[in-house]
Design a protein around this ligand. Structure first.
Ligand SMILES: CC(C)(COP(=O)(O)OP(=O)(O)OC[C@H]1O[C@@H](n2cnc3c(N)ncnc32)[C@H](O)[C@@H]1OP(=O)(O)O)[C@@H](O)C(=O)NCCC(=O)NCCS
Length: 175
């Protein structure tokens, strides 16, 4: 048995992804984090890597959304829920899954750039993979209404050139 990578429908693959995501982000830890109260969007697609043992080892969610940048509508690809099971880290799985996810976004011809949100300890990981910090403001929808989203830092990946500053409105839940 080898390592397998698949890009799957987000809803259909949720059952496979859920135990892995709960292991990486247990609810009793998440609820104490700055972003623990955030309601997240569901992924449209998921990249899943199965380790040779047969267990899911790595997950990357893909989101397609028409957002606005300085009031202008743009279609983008989102990346979220990047997670590798602890005993499978530093084997290149997240790099491989991220590459598959960005290739999937590039294959969607309408997507102008890719966008993700991360914490400071992962900045170097994404910078090393071609992502750039976005230094403007980000707004998202939450059950209580539209809010400024500043609990994680936005990073963008060029497809056409991605904006580096300005105001992004995700016009929906964040990812
Ligand atoms: C961040 C995270 C997804 C990385 O997953 P991973 O599968 O270990 O990532 P990779 O193996 O592709 O790369 C990790 C590092 O190991 C290195 N690496 C990759 N293969 C390696 C190998 N065979 N031997 C040694 N090092 C290796 C990579 O170069 C990378 O180093 P860098 O950060 O200095 O560039 C994982 O640590 C994780 O799930 N963290 C908790 C959740 C989280 O923070 N997610 C990100 C949300 S934005």
């Amino acid at each position: 048995m080898g390592t397998e990578i698949e890009v799957l429908n987000g809803d259909a693959s949720w059952q496979t992804a859920e135990p892995l995501l709960n292991e990486v982000w247990p609810s009793h830890i998440v609820e104490k984090l700055a972003w623990g109260h955030i309601k997240w969007a569901n992924a449209d697609l998921r990249v899943l890597i199965e380790a040779p043992s047969g267990r899911p080892a790595c997950h990357v969610g893909i989101y397609f959304r028409t957002i606005t940048w300085n009031g202008r509508k743009l279609h983008v690809g989102g990346i979220g829920g990047v997670a590798t099971r602890e005993d499978c880290r530093r084997l290149g799985y997240a790099s491989f899954a991220l590459e598959a996810a960005t290739e999937t976004i590039r294959a969607n011809e309408a997507a102008r750039f890719a966008l993700l949100f991360c914490e400071p300890h992962n900045f170097a990981f994404y910078r090393a993979r071609g992502w750039h910090p976005f230094s403007g403001e980000v707004y998202v929808e939450q059950p209580e209404g539209r809010i400024r989203f500043d609990v994680m830092a936005p990073f963008v990946l060029d497809i056409a050139r991605a904006p580096r500053r300005g105001t992004l409105d995700l016009c929906g839940l964040p990812w």
